[in-house]
Design a protein around this ligand. Structure first.
Ligand SMILES: [Fe+2]
Length: 257
């Protein structure tokens, strides 16, 4: 139980964070605004890692945070052009590189593995379809255009003759620079992005090893991913797709060849 003073402190802290996430608070793009954006990002990750906000509050917080950011300023702040200049995309899989937040941003005490990362690909390239165990991520389009599809993960279907995941379709839309998708164990757990322009890039934020009490029948790989094929017809009368679990190799052959 929180005492009255602790409860007020928690409320004040979340109100302060909420103010920082407000889109108009960081829309200007001045360097100080980007510092505020970066500090809010780190604070949001810390709040989630400590269990003080829910998975979907993190998703909504990231959406609010990124909605207000000046993309040209953000690209400069994260040194996007220099870090991605050498990417040539020999195949249709994504290439990645990790920017750094400035030293002055306080990232101490985020008690889970987390990352920020640029994902780039050429037209027709893809983040091939997968679900995640115990993870959240946000994907902001920085350049180009993507066809984005997301699905809620309704149930795992372990089966000796072939595992599957039951998926409920959510988003199926075009994403342009400044738009984003997010995922967690609770919402939009499956995602699939196909680049529709050469040099299409997202800026991603992710936190791993979350919600340790949520156990899945299907185990993920070391990146907390399980590759699936969500292209089956909806077949069960409840709007769910039975998506077979596939290997990385088979998934890449089908969706990024
Ligand atoms: Fe993912």
């Amino acid at each position: 139980m929180l005492n009255r003073r602790q409860a007020f402190g928690a409320l004040a802290a979340s109100a302060a964070l909420y103010t920082l996430w407000r889109a108009d608070a960081i829309a200007g793009g001045a360097p100080g605004d980007l510092d505020r954006w970066a500090q809010s990002l780190a604070d949001l990750n810390r709040e989630l890692a400590a269990g003080r906000i829910s998975l979907t509050q993190w998703q909504d917080g990231m959406a609010a945070l990124d909605a207000g950011v000046d993309l040209a300023a953000l690209r400069g702040y994260l040194d996007f052009e220099r870090l991605t200049a050498a990417m040539t995309f020999p195949d249709k899989l994504a290439q990645t590189t990790d920017p750094n937040l400035p030293e002055r941003i306080n990232v101490a005490g985020i008690e889970r593995h987390w990352f920020i990362r640029f994902f780039g690909m050429k037209r027709g390239g893809a983040i091939i379809p997968h679900v995640h165990n115990n993870m959240v991520s946000a994907h902001l389009v920085l350049e180009g255009q993507f066809h984005a599809r997301t699905f809620d993960r309704a149930a795992d279907m372990p089966d000796p003759s072939g595992n599957a995941v039951m998926l409920r379709p959510r988003l199926d839309d075009t994403l342009k620079p400044g738009q984003l998708i997010t995922m967690s164990d609770d919402r939009d757990n499956c995602h699939w992005l196909v680049a529709e322009a050469d040099r299409s890039f997202t800026f991603d934020v992710g936190i791993l090893e979350l919600s340790p009490t949520r156990l899945y029948p299907l185990a993920a790989n070391e990146y907390s991913m399980i590759f699936v094929d969500p292209t089956a017809e909806q077949e069960d009368g409840y709007g769910l797709i039975r998506a077979p679990v596939v290997s990385f190799k088979d998934c890449a052959a089908k969706f990024a060849a």
